[in-house]
Design a protein around this ligand. Structure first.
Ligand code: GDP
Length: 195
């Protein structure tokens, strides 16, 4: 699935801009700076495909990428910006909500969590939304290389504890480091099995 060309399809700012729901898709959500662009680049083997679409003013779009011309990989706007103006934040939240609760072709949402920080309140909000919409989701831990083994164990326990309260959550975490390449092949295989 990832051997072929990955292409940028479009950036979407409103629900009516979404491509027809005629291909299976998976999406990536996470707090801003969690390492989402870096992970998408690592997955697709394209150095800057996600960043290329992350130019200012575009960062808050839903970005669609086509895999092997038959499936979509969807990069959702990062959430939890500290300095964004409130009307903007509300607009993104509405779009995120509408997308996550109303996309028939969405097979799984990957919620990215920084291995240094664990699950934050804004992550829980997204997880609650996914529970309500009955969208199966799986947590992908990012930047695992930044945390030592003991601290990693402690954070993973925290994350597993939080996930137990979310009916839509898969219990298995995917531990990744885009820097080192850890977990990337695993995540590719999970996606290939879904779409
Ligand atoms: P986004 O806002 O979620 O798209 O985050 P970015 O992908 O832009 O990453 C934010 C910062 O974290 C950048 O400085 C990345 O180089 C860094 N980063 C992302 N993934 C990793 C990782 O796996 N390991 C390390 N050490 N740094 C990472």
């Amino acid at each position: 699935l990832f051997a072929g060309e990955v292409t940028f399809v479009k950036g979407v700012v409103a629900m009516d801009g979404l491509p027809p729901a005629d291909r299976a898709e998976v999406c990536f959500a996470g707090r801003s700076n969690v390492g989402k662009s870096t992970l998408i680049n690592a997955l697709t083997g394209r150095k800057a495909i996600a960043r290329a679409s992350n130019t200012p003013g575009r960062t808050q779009e839903i970005n669609y990428f086509a895999l092997a011309d038959s499936h979509y990989l969807v990069d959702l706007p990062g959430y939890g910006y500290a300095n964004a103006p409130l009307p903007k934040v509300e607009q993104w939240q509405r779009l995120l909500k509408a997308y996550l609760s109303g996309r028939a072709s969405l097979r799984r949402a990957f919620v990215l969590v920084d291995t240094r920080h664990g699950v934050k309140a804004v992550d829980e909000e997204i997880m609650n939304l996914l529970d309500r919409a009955a969208v199966p989701f799986q947590v992908v831990m990012t930047k695992a290389d930044k945390v030592g083994a003991a601290e990693q164990g402690r954070i993973l326990d925290q994350v597993r504890g939080k996930l137990a309260a979310h009916p839509a959550a898969y219990p298995e975490l995917v531990l990744t480091s885009s820097e080192k390449g850890d977990g990337i092949a695993t995540l590719r295989a999970i996606i290939a099995g879904l779409v």
